[in-house]
Design a protein around this ligand. Structure first.
Ligand SMILES: Cc1cc2nc3c(=O)[nH]c(=O)nc-3n(C[C@H](O)[C@H](O)[C@H](O)COP(=O)(O)OP(=O)(O)OC[C@H]3O[C@@H](n4cnc5c(N)ncnc54)[C@H](O)[C@@H]3O)c2cc1C
Length: 352
């Protein structure tokens, strides 16, 4: 089958400056699949300090490789990234542009689509169609799935991460065409990155596992006492040892200490509402999930929507949400289970 479509996958390199991000390699897989199905030409565009070095990872696609590269693209900045993406799109003459989701390109994609007189759809989870492009996305907090077709071109599709396999072709010497970018006046200088809490980055979209913490961690335990400090230590130890990402129920993320004494600090200080999953939180994609001390409908029915394998540890044997939504429920004390799991992970780490 052949088509008049030209497919472009827009990617960028990671903080090292010379390696494509995981989301970028997922978008490349989507591009390869779509171009094969449509019989369409494929181009991969890369933005970054040393995009040419990154290109070897996708050379096996056989795609035309375009790069906006150099110091101006070393760090994310709207003006330079938008100009770089625009130049790549114009050079590629693409009609369908697949954009790797992630803060860097999500920020500029709509602006670039507008500059090219195109349209954009976001949160795309799948691309199908026979001889046409049909994009899938979810609405109403992941409860309804829609299939979108459009005639306007160029059509930008911002792909949600975790929806495609990471492209894993053999690294090869790449022939990269550097596109000429006319940079506007750059008013923003990126001086560095500041994390909210040093060493406490708990949201890891690329992790295989999501640990969901519920409000039970801060409730009175069978000994009649609260063990909040221990809860924090166990959760952080598990994240450190397993590399998991941390999700939270709303009840836990909402908690502030001190009621009455004026203190307004979160009870678990490494948690923010960015961790919250569910109807009014996020719906992350991970291969596995482990929910602990969590009873709520929203985290289990909505927040867990796209988790592959789900397990839960709850003291409540009758919790309908864990029973209904988890593949395995351990009716047990999460303090005891996680202490044992952490000890096993620690021992495993010491051996390897
Ligand atoms: C409009 C609206 C939007 C909402 N959006 C969201 C949302 O996006 N996300 C969200 O999470 N909630 C949301 N909620 C709140 C939601 O309805 C629940 O109140 C909340 O999810 C409950 O949180 P939880 O399960 O952590 O706490 P709880 O309901 O207090 O459950 C704690 C659980 O921990 C168990 N437990 C206690 N100690 C242990 C232990 N040692 N070991 C094992 N288990 C233990 C208890 O048995 C209990 O089952 C929303 C509510 C509304 C009204």
């Amino acid at each position: 089958m052949s088509t008049t479509e030209t497919i472009l996958v827009l990617t960028h390199v990671d903080e090292s400056g010379a390696v494509l991000t995981k989301a970028a390699l997922e978008a490349v897989t989507a591009g390869v699949e779509l171009s094969r199905r449509m019989g369409a030409a494929l181009t991969v565009g890369m933005v970054g300090r040393d995009a040419e070095a990154a290109a070897s990872a996708v050379a096996a696609t056989g795609a035309r490789l375009l790069a906006a590269t150099g110091e101006a693209f070393a760090q994310a900045r709207y003006a330079s990234d938008a100009a770089g993406c625009e130049a790549i799109c114009r050079t590629a003459g693409a009609s369908v542009v697949l954009v790797a989701a992630g803060a860097r390109l999500a920020r500029v994609a709509a602006g670039v689509a507008h500059r090219l007189g195109g349209v954009i759809d976001t949160h795309i989870t799948g691309i199908g169609g026979e001889g046409t492009v049909e994009a899938t996305r979810w609405f109403y907090r992941q409860r309804m799935e829609a299939v979108i077709c459009r005639e306007t071109r160029p059509w930008f599709l911002l792909l949600d991460s975790g929806t495609h396999a990471v492209y894993a072709g053999e690294a090869q010497t790449a022939q990269v065409e550097t596109v000429e970018v006319t940079l506007p006046a750059l008013r923003t200088v990126v001086e560095g990155l500041r994390a909210p809490l040093l060493g406490a980055q708990t949201i890891r979209p690329d992790a295989r596992l999501l640990l969901v913490a519920g409000a039970g961690w801060t409730k009175k335990q069978p000994d009649g006492q609260m063990h909040v400090a221990e809860a924090g230590e166990q959760i952080l130890a598990f994240l450190r040892l397993s590399g998991a990402s941390l999700g939270s129920s709303k009840s836990l993320a909402d908690q502030k200490a001190g009621g009455g004494n004026g203190a307004d600090q979160p009870v678990l200080p490494f948690l923010t509402h960015m961790n919250q999953i569910g109807q009014t939180g996020s719906t992350p994609r991970h291969a596995k999930g482990l929910s602990t001390c969590c009873h709520g409908e929203e985290p289990h029915a909505v927040g867990w929507r796209f988790i592959g394998e789900r397990r839960a540890i709850s003291l409540d044997a009758n919790c309908g949400w864990t029973r209904g939504k988890a593949d395995v429920v351990y009716v047990a004390d999460a303090f005891q289970v996680m202490a044992r799991v952490n000890a096993l992970l620690e021992a495993d780490k010491a051996q390897n």
